[in-house]
Design a protein around this ligand. Structure first.
Ligand code: DC
Length: 653
């Protein structure tokens, strides 16, 4: 499979409104309870994502009728507790909410069912739930490894009046699944929790949904839960799903990092009375100093006011296990360390999230301390700044969404961004609508058109960074030559391009620790650069290296494909050119100033040959893009060209 990626430039600010997708946790519980209830239920604002698709497919395979309503809802015809299909094999992907709750419910549903998932699902423990279900008389077999999916369920021989014990410190989904299933057993049952119950708000959400569907559970502290005999799910008629509070965390974090109090980031669909525990994430942001406001079904976040900055926190994250991941990224923009404690459950999620978070933060040059159940993050500082990095996402939607926030500190490449489809398929569209990138000016044109000088001066005038992309191709040509790699050897040259050890500094450029500012300007290297630049693998190897220059407060990039390929979103694109005669004259003048031999005719011929090669190549050819403004310097000097470019930028042309 070809790895897809998304490159994010450094972001400067955030503001705006986001309508949240429905809560995954509520959607999957509501789907299940509606399918078990007596009567029809209309579910509104359900999440449409991978995890809910797995649940809907499973319910459809169990014979549950579901149909879209005119108003965009889903009408579920309840089965009254017994699914029409008495046998089924269900594939549940990596959807933990679906797998745990269906295991529990189907254990008492009287049929024969096989439950499977992706390989990672088969590594996520479920033994504690299976043991508890068996204590109630369930008949469950692990098909591969004891205590792990896949599972085979056969009809249970229910034991009345039992007290069931279940561990509460691995996954609260075990308790939630058990509670949702027990009304099907038809007998009075008490569940006792062993060990500390983690993620209590998720259990609270389960109880809340069960109550809406007609089953009141008696709760004794967080230790014991009793389900009365004869409990039975009944449709509430219409059920409105809240916006996803975990998904909200990314946008509230964006606000806390990059929005002003006058122009905050506001999420709609979840508010102060939400039944999802992850709304408490907003309290954690407030504790870090962020400006938070909330209404019935909205929350807004912005940076601290009065010139203050965010402060690191030490937080027991037991109550917000998912949203706590987002805090690890907010910590990068706070003063002082942040410690996220009591997060052992991260290790058995979509991936080992403690290990994954630590590994990827380290790529950004962040100091991280990782423990069995905690993570400590030291924010970057001038001596140890954030650095651009390629971030892996481990098929974990939350890794992808969390790391998008790091783009406020440095440009990033996020691998496999599509994994967000698990809970938030449009995440990066919403992110793009809220986060504002540093501006970029793309200046393309043929060789010796003066674009290098103009670009460097425009960058200096604006205080922006400057990318001389041609220098990178020249450096690759030089490095290949020095390594004895032929310029025609695409794979060999691309490997050199990928490993290129270069430092651009105020007075020049270093390759492998050596000053090469002059060496890369020789005619022979110019010709080599033009050859290696025609190779797709070389261009691909240099793509993120170029985008990594796109930093705050802005960038001017010069080359051939700045506006077309590298920075297609550039605010201003300029095609800077001059006739071959004028360019050849300029080049001759340059050479004579350096006391180098210069023959006008051969220089012009050489320059036209290079232009022709740059124009004719298949990949990223030299051409004026439709949205690029033409700046012809035949009859104007450098000063006027710089002034024109600045005027276009300032007036938003
Ligand atoms: O701009 P320059 O002359 O330093 O560029 C050197 C070579 O690299 C030139 O032959 C074109 C190529 N190049 C490119 O293909 N794409 C860029 N963005 C910049 C330069």
């Amino acid at each position: 499979m070809k790895m897809t990626f998304l490159d994010l430039p450094q972001m400067l600010a955030a503001s705006g409104n986001v309508t949240l997708p429905g809560s995954k946790s509520i959607s999957n519980r509501a789907l299940l309870l509606a399918s078990l209830a007596k009567g029809e239920t209309e579910l509104r604002a359900l999440l449409d994502s991978d995890d809910t698709a797995r649940m809907r497919e499973a319910l459809a395979a169990l014979g549950v009728a579901m149909a879209a309503t005119d108003t965009g809802g889903l009408k579920v015809t309840g089965s009254g507790g017994q699914f029409p299909a008495r046998r089924a094999e269900l594939f549940l992907g990596n959807a933990g909410t679906a797998f745990r709750s269906l295991t529990a419910v189907l254990a008492f549903a009287g049929g024969e069912y096989v439950l499977k998932g992706v390989p990672r699902m088969h590594e996520r423990p479920i033994g504690d739930l299976v043991v508890a279900l068996k204590a109630c008389g369930a008949n469950i077999e692990s098909l591969e490894k004891e205590g792990f999916p896949p599972l085979l369920l056969r009809p249970a021989a229910i034991r009345p009046g039992s007290v069931v014990k279940i561990r509460g410190d691995v996954s609260s989904q075990f308790l939630s699944g058990l509670l949702m299933a027990l009304p099907l057993a038809g007998v009075e049952t008490t569940v006792e929790v062993e060990g500390e119950l983690i993620s209590k708000p998720y259990v609270d959400m389960t109880l809340n949904l069960m109550a809406r569907f007609g089953v009141a559970v008696e709760r004794d502290d967080w230790r014991a839960f009793s389900i009365p005999a004869g409990a039975c799910y009944r449709s509430p008629g219409v059920y409105q799903v809240e916006g996803d509070a975990s998904s909200a965390s990314y946008f509230l974090a964006l606000g806390a990092i990059g929005a002003t109090a006058d122009n905050p980031v506001r999420v709609a669909g979840v508010g102060k009375n939400a039944i999802q525990g992850d709304v408490r994430f907003a309290d954690a942001l407030a504790a870090m100093g962020a400006t938070i406001e909330a209404g019935e079904d909205w929350i807004a976040a912005a940076r601290p006011t009065n010139g203050k900055t965010l402060k690191g926190i030490h937080l027991d994250c037991n109550h917000i296990p998912d949203a706590a991941m987002t805090l690890a990224l907010v910590a990068l923009f706070a003063e002082g360390e942040t410690t996220l404690a009591n997060i052992a459950s991260w290790r058995v999620k979509e991936t080992d999230r403690i290990a994954a978070m630590a590994a990827e933060l380290r790529k950004l040059n962040v100091r991280v301390e990782e423990g069995a159940d905690f993570l400590r993050i030291v924010p970057p500082d001038a001596a140890r700044p954030l650095q651009p990095a390629v971030i892996d996402t481990y098929d974990d939607h939350r890794m992808a969404m969390c790391f998008s926030l790091a783009s406020f500190g440095a440009p990033l490449r996020i691998n496999d961004p599509g994994c967000v489809a698990k809970t938030f398929p449009d995440y990066f569209d919403s992110f793009g609508a809220i986060a504002r990138p540093a501006p970029v000016i793309a200046i393309d044109g043929p060789t010796a058109s003066g674009k290098g000088t103009v670009s460097a001066r425009v960058a200096a005038a604006l205080g922006f960074h400057y990318l001389d992309s041609g220098a990178l191709y020249r450096l690759v040509a030089l490095a290949a030559r020095e390594a004895g790699v032929d310029w025609q050897d695409e794979a060999g040259v691309a490997a050199i391009a990928a490993r290129l050890d270069v430092v651009f500094h105020a007075d020049g450029v270093r390759l492998n620790g050596r000053e090469v500012g002059e060496a890369i300007r020789h005619e022979e290297i110019s010709s080599g650069a033009s050859k290696v630049a025609a190779m797709p693998a070389v261009r691909e190897a240099l793509l993120f290296r170029q985008r990594a220059f796109h930093r705050s407060p802005g960038l001017v990039g010069d080359g051939r494909d700045m506006g077309s390929v590298v920075f297609p979103e550039a605010q201003l694109k300029i095609f800077l050119t001059a006739s071959p005669a004028v360019r050849a004259e300029r080049r001759v003048k340059q050479l004579l100033e350096r006391n180098e031999p210069a023959d006008l005719d051969s220089i012009r011929a050489d320059l036209e040959a290079r232009d022709a090669r740059d124009r004719a190549r298949h990949i990223a050819p030299l051409k004026q893009e439709a949205d690029a403004l033409l700046l012809d310097t035949d009859h104007i000097g450098i000063d006027d060209a710089v002034a024109k470019a600045l005027e276009w930028f300032m007036t938003g042309n």
